[in-house]
Structures are given as structure tokens and as C-alpha cells.
Design a protein around this ligand. Structure first.
Ligand code: ZN
Length: 308
């Protein structure tokens, strides 16, 4: 009888474990591409990895290119192993084989995050410029496409000549929601205060923005364009789900990094990554999301959330 009792208990545990395993969502696999940047990529890619991994929703890997001028043949990521690819890269071209693999991944309907200076990269690569929609620096000018800004609540294009990419002095600034129905923005406050950061302005490109999610006023008094600038959006590029976030200029260290420690930035990165990977957002609005009056820093990149 005892044997039967143990057997029954064993079966019960096995069945419950199986049910539990079925209910537990599979983690989303993310690949962070870094290794060269005119920014502090040694800190930024670690911050991104912590934000993703600490959420408990993602498992991320990092792939680093060789340093500038290095042998790119050693850089051969397998994009297809991942649900979402986070671009934290601005440097040498990858080479034909990786370029091709990347385009194939995106065109098959891959998930992409374009993070901050990743939109400075590859100014001469037309297809990449369509994947980011707007870019700056690295020789971009009127040949790259129009400037794009918000006027009277609508997107306006300006083809006048001039260089692409600029920003005023770093500051805290209000974020203005432009589409409250998108899965990434749904139920987040319409206006909230972002922690100290650069605000990119005068960006130019094909401007194939799909859904503009947030904009911000680039204050002329602090060296900005004086225009309402698109800062967070999705890109219209075939079947791909591309989330472009211009926020998040990386600081000197993980500890001194307000733009990436901002709970608003981290929330958008996580929601954008889930959307890019799955087309949905299941994450609730966090309690520490910034308000329109106060910034909110998540200094440990969400570690306390995963330990709850
Ligand atoms: Zn920057």
C-alpha cells in the first residue's frame, strides 16, 4: 500500500509540475549588439542587459564586434536564434555576410530595438536607414531625407538643406504621448518627466515612421531645434517590428547614468522589446513610473522587481 501511496504522490507532483511549466511563459530571447560606439558602449550594453534580464521576462546575450579597424570576419551573430535584437552599435560596417543575415532576419519579421546612437550608424547603408527611419550625424544631410518634426499635432517634413543630427544641452524634459492606444504606450501617463538626457533633434532620413509614440520639445534656449521632435516610434518596414528609442545617452558608469536609470526609459525599453518580439505587451504599468512633475530613477536597473 505504501508503494501505491508514494506512486500516487509522485504522479501528483509530476502532473502539477507539468501544469506549472505550461503556465510559465517562455522567456523572450534577446541579442544585444555592441562593441563600437561614439558613446560609452561598455556601460550601455551592460545596463540594457540588466534591464532585460532583471525583468524576468527576457534572457539576453551580448555579442561584441571587434574594436574599430579590427577583423570583422570574427563577428558572426546568429540573429535567427533571437526574438528581438537590440542595436547598441555605431561603428565599422559589419561586412556583406552579416549585413545580409541581418536584413534577412528583419525582413522575415524580426524584432528590432534601435537604441539611442544606433541611429547614428551606417549613414551610407540605404536599407539600414529604412530600418531606423530617422538618423543623425556621420555625414547625414539633405540627401539622407527630410527633417521630421511635429507641427500643430501632425508630422511635418522639411527638405531644406543642412546636416542631420544635433542635440542641445542635457536636461530633464517632459515626454508627450502621441498615440495612447499602441500596446507600448497603453495606460502609461500622457505626459511624464524624463531624467537628465540628451534630446536628439534635426534628425533626417526616409522618415517611414509607422506609429509615433512620444515626442518632446527641443528647447531652443538650451541649444535645441525649437521644434517638437519625434523621440520614440515604430518603423514601417514590411513585416518587421521595429521600436526606435532615441532616449538613453549613457553616463560615465552604471551608477552615474540617469538617462538609462530613468524608470520611464526602462519601462519603454521593456515594453518596446516585448512588443518587438511578440507584437503584444503584457506588462502592467509599474508603480515607480515617472509623473509629469517628478523624475523616477530605478538605479539598480530593476533588480528589486525580479526579487519580489
Ligand atoms: Zn548620446
Amino acid at each position: 500500500m505504501k508503494v501505491i501511496k508514494y506512486l500516487m504522490q509522485f504522479l501528483l507532483v509530476a502532473v502539477l509540475s507539468a501544469i506549472y511549466a505550461c503556465n510559465e511563459p517562455e522567456p523572450i530571447r534577446a541579442l544585444i549588439v555592441s562593441g563600437q560606439n561614439n558613446h560609452n558602449w561598455k556601460v550601455s550594453h551592460r545596463a540594457i542587459k540588466q534591464i532585460l534580464d532583471n525583468s524576468g521576462m527576457f534572457i539576453s546575450d551580448v555579442v561584441l564586434t571587434p574594436p574599430a579597424g579590427g577583423d570583422m570576419s570574427r563577428f558572426n551573430p546568429n540573429f535567427d536564434d533571437y526574438d528581438v535584437v537590440v542595436l547598441d552599435y555605431n561603428g565599422d560596417r559589419w561586412g556583406e555576410k552579416v549585413d545580409e543575415a541581418f536584413l534577412k532576419y528583419v525582413q522575415k519579421g524580426g524584432g528590432i530595438i534601435v537604441y539611442h546612437a544606433a541611429d547614428n550608424a551606417f549613414a551610407g547603408w540605404d536599407e539600414f536607414n529604412k530600418i531606423i527611419a530617422l538618423g543623425g550625424w556621420e555625414g547625414r544631410d539633405e540627401k539622407s531625407g527630410p527633417y521630421c518634426y511635429i507641427k500643430d499635432g501632425k508630422m511635418a517634413l522639411d527638405s531644406s538643406p543642412g546636416r542631420g543630427g544635433s542635440h542641445g544641452r542635457q536636461r530633464e524634459y517632459p515626454m508627450h504621448c502621441r498615440n495612447a492606444e499602441h500596446p507600448i504606450t497603453k495606460e502609461l501617463p500622457d505626459n511624464w518627466l524624463h531624467a537628465q538626457d540628451e534630446m536628439y533633434d534635426f534628425m533626417r532620413g526616409p522618415a517611414n515612421i509607422k506609429d509615433l509614440l512620444y515626442s518632446g520639445m527641443s528647447d531652443a534656449a538650451t541649444g535645441g531645434s525649437g521644434r517638437e521632435e519625434p523621440l520614440v516610434f515604430t518603423v514601417d518596414y514590411g513585416k518587421a517590428r521595429i521600436f526606435h528609442i532615441m532616449l538613453g545617452h549613457c553616463g560615465a558608469s552604471l551608477e552615474n547614468n540617469p538617462a538609462m536609470q530613468c524608470a520611464g526609459f526602462q519601462t519603454l525599453l521593456l515594453r518596446g522589446a516585448e512588443w518587438a518580439a511578440t507584437g503584444k505587451v503584457t506588462q502592467p504599468v509599474p508603480n515607480d513610473f515617472p509623473t509629469n512633475a517628478a523624475v523616477s530613477l530605478r538605479k539598480d536597473y530593476g533588480r528589486e522587481i525580479s526579487s519580489k
